[in-house]
Design a protein around this ligand. Structure first.
Ligand SMILES: NC(=O)c1ccc[n+]([C@@H]2O[C@H](COP(=O)([O-])OP(=O)(O)OC[C@H]3O[C@@H](n4cnc5c(N)ncnc54)[C@H](OP(=O)(O)O)[C@@H]3O)[C@@H](O)[C@H]2O)c1
Length: 223
């Protein structure tokens, strides 16, 4: 099975950004070069990096390694109906991106995405991208490590699969006060809440005044 790490930034009040519709990139302003280099080094260690379609629509991220040495991981975006802005950076910079759509995605949306340079589109799942099936497909392609950076709906679905083997959280020392900012995990409409899972804190350090905590599932960490 592919090794899955989630890597997120959270404010003191448990938010993924400073407000509804704000980009999570705003949180980068609250830390310095050493944490930035460490963070990009984590990306460079993985074969692939994933964010949900919501993050691409909201933040327009590049998901490349720019502040550390190392290769760019393959970018992967689950977008069940192929609904991604065609001007998105990761569809237009000539670096490889894998867009994962469901079998219900319209052909026209798939063709428009696949026409972009270095963009491949695959189908997985019926009405919605099936993350378990996807992880098997990625493993079959030779990918062994994946970093998932968010957002809250993708993380919720991913934790529901029980496949995450490491959680990394950068604790940004600000309180947004924005009740409508996205929280760490958000169930999609009609999806059940997560059941309780226990994790073991395996590392804790401070870089650029930001706490970084790393967790592993209790059963793996105890082995
Ligand atoms: N602080 C951080 O570390 C960090 C990192 C990343 C993002 N963010 C923030 O997170 C927010 C975006 O979160 P979000 O919840 O709106 O979007 P998201 O989690 O990035 O993407 C969710 C979308 O992905 C698609 N998707 C396809 N298959 C899925 C599946 N099996 N499970 C879940 N989603 C699936 C769905 O869109 P379709 O219906 O189109 O398929 C779904 O709405 C933004 O505010 C962003 O700034 C923060």
């Amino acid at each position: 099975m592919i090794e899955i790490t989630t890597l997120s930034e959270l404010t003191i009040d448990g938010k993924l950004s400073l407000g509804a519709g704000a980009s999570s990139k705003d949180l980068f302003d609250f830390y310095g070069d050493d944490l930035r280099a460490w963070f990009h080094g984590q990306r460079a260690k993985c074969d692939a990096i994933m964010v949900g379609a919501g993050t691409v629509r909201n933040d327009d991220p590049e998901l490349t390694v720019r502040h550390a040495e190392g290769p760019n991981p393959l970018r992967i975006v689950p977008a069940s109906m192929g609904r991604l802005p065609l001007g998105s950076r990761l569809l237009n910079d000539g670096l490889p991106t894998l867009v994962v759509v469901s079998r219900a995605a319209p052909e026209a949306a798939v063709a428009a995405l696949a026409a972009k340079p270095q963009v491949e589109v695959i189908r997985c799942g019926e009405a919605r991208v099936d993350l378990v099936e996807l992880m098997d497909m990625l493993y079959a392609r030779g990918l062994r490590s994946l970093i998932v950076e968010g957002g809250s709906r993708l993380l919720h679905s991913l934790f529901a699969t029980g496949l995450v083997s490491q959680i990394i959280i950068k604790h940004i020392p600000v309180i947004t006060g924005a009740a409508d900012a996205p929280t760490y995990l958000r169930a999609e409409e009609g999806h059940a809440p997560l059941s309780l899972s226990r994790w073991r804190l395996t590392e804790l350090f401070v870089k650029s005044g930001v706490g970084v905590s790393i967790y592993r599932p209790l059963k793996l960490a105890a082995e």
